[in-house]
Design a protein around this ligand. Structure first.
Ligand code: CA
Length: 248
């Protein structure tokens, strides 16, 4: 894996240069922007792994930049501010910043927070430790071969449908928000709509709908997200009233 790429957005050149110098020394690849418009342009074009974002910026303020980015991507945003009021922190977090630091700050602390945010955006150990093949009854999900079978039938899933189902199967019984699913399945650099998740869940349900004896179902948790439920007891394959995955 190459160096993580950080976009530093700061209009004061001395601070921007200091940040760049220190982050490069820590082994990161660093790009810079000096106003809000440029920040949005570079974020969209360069798809960095993380943005360090000053709030007081010319052209377009940092809060507005953060709010717009949040509609397009889940990439981590660390907000920097000269203001030190509780209100600013709350506003910063409400527009979707992942973390918040008040100037003046120590470079060591900034580096530590950058590392923590990047680590949080990585797949968890649980995901990395997933089994290669999941098999229950007629259902066989092979991560290595990227194949899914139900009985004799091979299902054709798109790459993202496969990744989404893979993540859900590896993390059953927990509700995942659309934002979490995008971060984990599409990656933190994804730019696009949250609705992408709904569309993929719908496609998965449609593809599995013909099969009645599945060992899981994808449940919509209204206002929150989706949860995969394992169905532990083996159902009779012929049971006519069990259409587990198509149910909303
Ligand atoms: Ca500034």
């Amino acid at each position: 894996m190459g160096a993580k790429h950080i976009l530093v957005v700061e209009d004061e050149e001395v601070i921007r240069e200091t940040l760049r110098f220190n982050l490069v020394r820590e082994g990161y690849q660093v790009s810079q922007a000096s106003n809000g418009i440029e920040a949005l342009e570079k974020a969209r074009e360069l798809r960095p792994d993380l943005i360090v974002l000053d709030l007081m910026l010319p052209e377009l303020g940092g809060l507005e930049v953060c709010r717009i980015l949040r509609q397009e991507t889940t990439l981590p945003v660390l907000v920097l501010s000269a203001r030190d009021s509780e209100l600013d922190k709350i506003v910063g977090l409400r527009v979707g910043a992942d973390d918040y630091m008040t100037k003046p700050f120590s470079l060591a602390e900034l580096t530590a927070r950058v590392m923590a945010l990047l680590r949080r955006a990585q797949p968890t150990a649980e995901e990395r430790g997933v089994v290669e093949v999941e098999e229950f009854g007629d259902f066989r999900f092979d991560r290595g071969a990227r194949s899914v079978r139900v009985g004799q039938e091979a299902l054709r899933l798109s790459p993202k449908e496969f990744d989404l189902l893979s993540f859900l199967l590896a993390n059953p019984g927990r509700v995942h928000s659309r934002e979490q699913l995008i971060r984990r399945v599409w990656g933190p650099k994804f730019f696009g709509e949250r609705k992408t998740v709904d569309v993929h869940v719908r496609w998965l349900r449609e593809k599995f709908e013909p099969f009645e004896a599945l060992p899981f179902r994808i449940t919509t948790v209204y206002g929150v997200g989706y949860r995969l439920d394992r169905i532990l007891e083996q159902r009779e394959p012929a049971a006519p009233d069990v259409a587990v995955i198509g149910r909303r």
